[in-house]
Design a protein around this ligand. Structure first.
Ligand SMILES: [Fe+2]
Ligand SMILES: [Fe+2]
Length: 184
């Protein structure tokens, strides 16, 4: 598998772990408990800061290359690219709502629960579509030569949470992930 695909696939695994953290918080909310909003803020910040600004743009480069060279796949690839834009707007909107809650703004709980649930579902649907349909399609149609050409044009950045070094602002979330996997 091309190096870039291994990376993108690993990003998906990491994102799924974070979405599982949010799912547990959603269950707490539905049970009438007050979840840890700081933890949710950290997860959503990571999505905005890494997935929306690095992971999706890398995929966009890959999708654009494929559209140019294999235009028969343009419909599905344009659709997933469009989802990136929709998801980006939704995540930064949701990030703001979580920040407002932490600043003690009054946000009706049923409204927030719904927003959290649709945030999780939207992220999962996109991820599953890429894993289930788009990535297999790329693996099938791109040649070794295509992969090296496309990889040359990619910009790589360290993952601030799952990379070699955990950035200061993600240390709390990192500890939580370790403790959640210890009990899983
Ligand atoms: Fe994507
Ligand atoms: Fe992705």
């Amino acid at each position: 598998m091309a190096k870039i695909m291994t990376q993108l696939h690993q990003d998906h695994i990491n994102l799924s772990r974070l979405l599982a953290v949010l799912k547990s918080r959603l269950a707490e909310l539905k049970a009438g408990e007050r979840p840890d909003y700081h933890l949710m803020q950290d997860v959503v910040r990571y999505v905005v800061d890494y997935a929306d600004t690095h992971h999706h743009p890398l995929e966009d480069v890959l999708y654009q290359y494929t559209i140019e060279h294999y235009p028969q796949h343009k419909d599905i690839l344009n659709e997933v690219e469009h989802e990136h834009a929709v998801i980006k707007a939704a995540s930064s909107g949701f990030h703001e709502v979580v920040e407002q809650i932490l600043l003690d703004a009054i946000v009706p709980m049923d409204q927030f629960t719904q927003q959290l649930e649709s945030f999780i579902n939207q992220q999962l649907a996109h991820l599953n579509r890429e894993e289930g349909r788009v990535f297999p399609l790329l693996e099938e149609c791109l040649t070794d030569d295509d992969w090296s050409k496309v990889e040359e044009s990619l910009f790589q950045r360290d993952d601030p949470l799952f990379g070699d070094e955990v950035a200061e602002e993600y240390k709390r979330l990192y500890k939580e992930l370790i403790s959640e996997s210890a009990v899983a």
